[in-house]
Each structure stands twice: as structure tokens, then as C-alpha cells.
Design a protein around this ligand. Structure first.
Ligand SMILES: Cc1cc2nc3c(=O)[nH]c(=O)nc-3n(C[C@H](O)[C@H](O)[C@H](O)COP(=O)(O)OP(=O)(O)OC[C@H]3O[C@@H](n4cnc5c(N)ncnc54)[C@H](O)[C@@H]3O)c2cc1C
Length: 458
């Protein structure tokens, strides 16, 4: 049985960034990373198809997390970062079958048609809304309905929740999904008052204020697609990585652990970083701690499919002057929204062509996973045709399915996390990172991996 200081399980962005920070911060430790698949990246992937660049899962991150920018910089990718075009601020919401521009300032909101006049007036009453119920992990929907009314909850917040989490605002926890919004209400008693205070603070310090969802940031990717960062990690850290090898269990072994691989081999490790989805982590630790496995397994995931389509520009009737649109469930469409990728980043479609990325599924539509590719494409085309107008078939199409797409931070998630942390403390040298715990985005994964590495005992 070979011996190593740290074993990392999983080669998605969480495992790869843990490997990177470990090599940077603790080069004295020996490390090995095992990835079950024959490729790295997990949900990150980019297919280059006849001039199109199709991202399988994520297509960007906000440039507000210094650790992600540091990762890119230390990998020598700073000059490969690609910021989204200025028109990314043009975002649309479907209401009553028509796309309405999401207003980006209070005066624009007053005159916009994104909500009815009653809906807009109700939002303006926000400072007078009742306070939060005591000792309740409030759902996003209850919070927003209480503060800005049901129309804004249905048409502004729910689509955002399905766009980010593939989730239902009634089921997800405000505190776990949007902690900054929760804190703003606790500290200032009102989101409006909080935004005014933050704008003043920003003016005084010269920093950006951000919105109620948190600090701002600009959507960013890499030239040619997000997979660039994965390829770079593979080039730089090849000697530490074993692909096509799955870890199926961890057992206690004196002061450390025995990491059991699916090829029958075992590795002795002082510390283990689990960078796999929580339901896989549950299987791996089941023999070591049943309560930990149970807590990990209780985090559920929403399924999601991404349909990437290329069209001849002249076959699309609408001007694609923005980021794309979200479709509130109240509108009764099957798609969650569509991103106009070729309007956001350069070279995502050949000259004279455009690319859409349309999401379908989420926690409100588990049955979408039962649809064949042809049926999924049919749903997307029917919806896009009636919303933006398409003349004829697409030029290229790719479907990417994620059965366990996005972890759901349901009401009660913070309790699950406290239990997980407690079980991990008892075990000592098992660590977790990934998108199922403290944030679902790439930035959250990188931040969590950094924290884990920083905490590792030498
Ligand atoms: C459709 C979609 C769109 C998204 N869009 C965005 C976006 O635009 N911006 C953003 O910031 N985030 C986005 N996300 C979220 C983001 O993709 C994830 O948070 C992030 O990629 C998760 O990385 P991870 O390394 O934690 O997990 P994963 O990417 O799931 O990687 C886990 C890895 O572990 C491996 N593994 C599993 N079991 C084992 C085992 N037993 N042994 C060894 N290896 C194992 C898997 O093969 C996999 O490679 C999106 C997600 C989806 C699904």
C-alpha cells in the first residue's frame, strides 16, 4: 500500500483548485488526486464544433472572487480571461408571453413593464414590510413575498432562482442561498435602506456597492470556453493526477486513512479531501461514519439539461441584444430560460451565426430527464420560436444532461451543514469541498477548496 500525505478525490474545479492551492501553499506535502472519469473537469466542458464553442455546464463566473482570479493568474491564464460584452446588462423576463427588459436602476424600474403598476408599487413599499419570523429558516419565496410582494416574487425572484439553482423559491432557504440578503435585512431592517447604506459606503471607499444579491461582478470566462482552466490544470499537475480511477471507500488506518480504489489497490493517506458531489461523498464515507454519510446523502440535487443550438443569424427574428431571458414558471413554459451566448462572448459561433444555451428541467420538472434528446430539442424550439421567432431548423445542436445538476440548499440546509461539520470534526482529517455545501458557483467551489487547504494540519 503506497503512502501519501493528502489524497484528493474528484477532479472537477473543486478538486483541481484544492490541488493547485495545496501545491502553492504546502508544497512539502505529497499529494495525489483521483478522478473516476477519463477526463477532468466534472460539469465543466467545452465542445468545439465547426466554429461553435458549446459549454456543457457552466459558461462563466463573476470576476468578484479574488481567489478565482488568483487561480487563473497562477496558472498563467490571466491574459486568457474573457469578460462578457457590455450588452450583458440587458436581461429580459418573460411576462404574458413577451420579453420585458429587467430595469437596472430604481427610476428605470418605476417606468418599466416588468411588473404591473400594482406590482411595482408594492415593491416600493419594501421599507415598510413586516420583519422576519423568529427562529425560522425562511424560504426565498416567503422572504420576497413578505418584503416586495407576490408579483415580484413570482416574476423577478423565482425565475432568478430557477436560473441559478434550477430550484423552487418556496423550498430553498434564503439564509443558505442568498446569505447577504438575509444579513442586509437583519442589519438594516430593509433592503432599500441597506442598498442606500452600501452605496454611501461604496462612495466613501471607492469600491462597487453590488445589489441585494451580494457584491457585483462581471461575467467572465476564458477565450474559447471555460474548459481552458481545466486543460491548464491537467498540463501543470499531470504528475499528481490519476484519471479513470474511482475511490469507493475510505477506512480508518491508525492515525490516517486507507483510501480504497476501484482497481483493488489502496493508498494510505494522512488526510483526505472529498471533492465529489455530496451523494458520492456519502457512499465513500459510509464505512467510516454512518451519521456523516446520512447528512451528506440528505442534500438533494435538481436535474438540468442544457440545449446548445447554433442558428444562421438571418433565421432569428429578434435582435439578440443582451444576455438572454428567464421564464417564470407562472408563464407555463417548459424552458427555464435561454442565454444568448454569442452575444455575450466572442467566437462562440461562426460569422453570421448565433448560439443559444437553453436550460430545461430543475426541481420543478424532474420528468424532463425522461424526455429523449429529440423531445428536449422540440420543447426548446417550440418555446424559442414563440418567444423570439425562428425561421427554420438550427444549424447545429448539442444536448448536455445533468441528472444530478445543481445541489438544492433547501430550508434546513444550515442545520445539515452544522451536522456535517460536527461529524467531520470528530473524524479529524477528512475534509469536504464542492458546490453542495456553502455555494453552488465556481467561485464558491474555489473559495471552499482554498479554505480547506488553508486549514489542513501539516
Ligand atoms: C448546467 C449547469 C450550469 C452551470 N452554470 C454555472 C455558471 O454559469 N457559473 C457558475 O459559477 N457555476 C455554474 N454551475 C455550477 C458549477 O458547474 C459547479 O458548481 C462546479 O462545476 C462544481 O464543481 P465540483 O468540482 O464541485 O463538482 P463536479 O464538477 O461535479 O466534479 C466532481 C468530480 O468528481 C468525480 N467523481 C465522482 N465520484 C468519484 C469517485 N468516487 N472517485 C473519484 N472521482 C469521482 C466526478 O467524475 C467529477 O469529475 C452550473 C452547473 C450546471 C450543472
Amino acid at each position: 500500500m503506497s503512502q501519501t500525505d493528502v489524497v484528493i478525490i474528484g477532479g472537477g474545479i473543486s478538486g483541481l483548485s484544492a490541488l493547485h492551492f495545496l501545491r502553492q501553499l504546502k508544497p512539502q506535502l505529497s499529494v495525489r488526486l483521483f478522478e473516476a472519469d477519463n477526463r477532468l473537469g466534472g460539469t465543466i466542458g467545452t465542445d468545439q464544433v465547426d466554429g461553435y464553442s458549446f459549454d456543457w455546464g457552466p459558461n462563466g463566473f463573476l470576476d468578484r472572487e479574488p481567489l478565482t482570479l488568483r487561480l487563473a493568474d497562477e496558472l498563467g491564464l490571466s491574459d486568457q480571461l474573457e469578460r462578457a460584452g457590455a450588452n450583458v446588462s440587458n436581461r429580459f423576463i418573460l411576462r404574458k408571453g413577451r420579453l420585458r427588459k429587467v430595469p437596472m436602476s430604481p427610476p428605470a424600474f418605476l417606468f418599466s413593464d416588468v411588473l404591473s403598476i400594482t406590482g411595482r408599487l408594492r415593491v416600493l413599499m419594501e421599507p415598510f414590510a413586516s420583519g422576519p419570523p423568529e427562529d425560522v429558516d425562511e424560504s426565498i419565496y416567503d422572504f420576497t413575498r413578505r418584503r416586495i410582494g407576490h408579483q415580484a416574487a413570482d416574476y423577478l425572484v423565482q425565475p432568478m432562482v430557477s436560473g441559478i439553482y434550477g430550484g423552487l423559491a418556496e423550498r430553498l432557504s434564503l439564509k443558505s442561498c442568498f446569505p447577504i440578503m438575509h444579513e442586509m435585512e437583519s442589519k438594516y431592517g430593509s433592503l432599500f435602506r441597506a442598498m442606500i447604506a452600501k452605496a454611501r459606503e461604496a462612495k466613501a471607499t471607492g469600491r462597487k456597492a453590488g445589489g441585494p444579491g451580494g457584491a457585483g461582478g462581471w461575467l467572465t470566462s476564458f477565450k474559447g470556453g471555460l474548459y481552458r482552466i481545466v486543460e491548464r490544470c491537467e498540463q501543470v499537475y499531470a504528475e499528481f493526477i490519476t484519471m479513470g480511477t474511482s475511490v469507493h471507500a475510505i477506512a480508518a488506518n491508525g492515525e490516517g486513512y486507507r483510501v480504497k480504489l476501484d482497481d483493488g489497490e489502496s493508498i494510505s493517506a494522512g488526510q483526505v479531501i472529498l471533492a465529489v458531489p455530496s451523494y458520492r461523498a456519502a457512499d465513500i464515507v459510509a464505512g467510516l461514519s454512518e451519521p456523516l454519510a446520512e447528512s451528506l446523502a440528505s442534500i438533494q440535487y435538481a436535474p438540468i439539461s442544457v440545449v446548445c443550438e447554433g442558428y444562421l443569424r438571418s433565421k432569428v427574428r429578434r435582435n439578440l441584444d443582451g444576455f438572454g431571458f428567464l421564464s417564470p414558471p407562472k408563464e407555463g413554459r417548459r424552458i427555464l430560460g435561454s442565454i444568448w451566448t454569442s452575444s455575450i462572448f466572442e467566437n462562440r459561433a461562426p460569422n453570421g451565426y448565433v448560439q443559444f444555451r437553453t436550460m430545461i428541467g430543475g426541481n420543478g420538472d424532474h420528468d424532463s430527464m425522461k424526455l429523449s434528446d429529440e423531445e428536449l430539442i422540440g420543447c426548446v424550439r417550440a418555446d424559442l420560436n414563440s418567444i423570439i421567432g425562428l425561421d427554420g431548423p438550427s444549424d447545429k445542436v448539442r444536448v448536455y444532461r445533468w441528472r444530478h445538476g445543481i445541489p438544492q440548499f433547501k430550508v434546513g440546509h444550515s442545520g445539515i451543514m452544522s451536522a456535517i461539520e460536527e461529524h467531520l470534526r470528530t473524524l479529524g482529517n477528512i475534509h469536504i469541498t464542492g458546490n453542495a455545501y456553502y455555494g453552488i458557483g465556481l467561485n464558491d467551489c474555489v473559495k471552499q477548496s482554498y479554505r480547506v487547504v488553508d486549514r489542513l494540519r501539516q
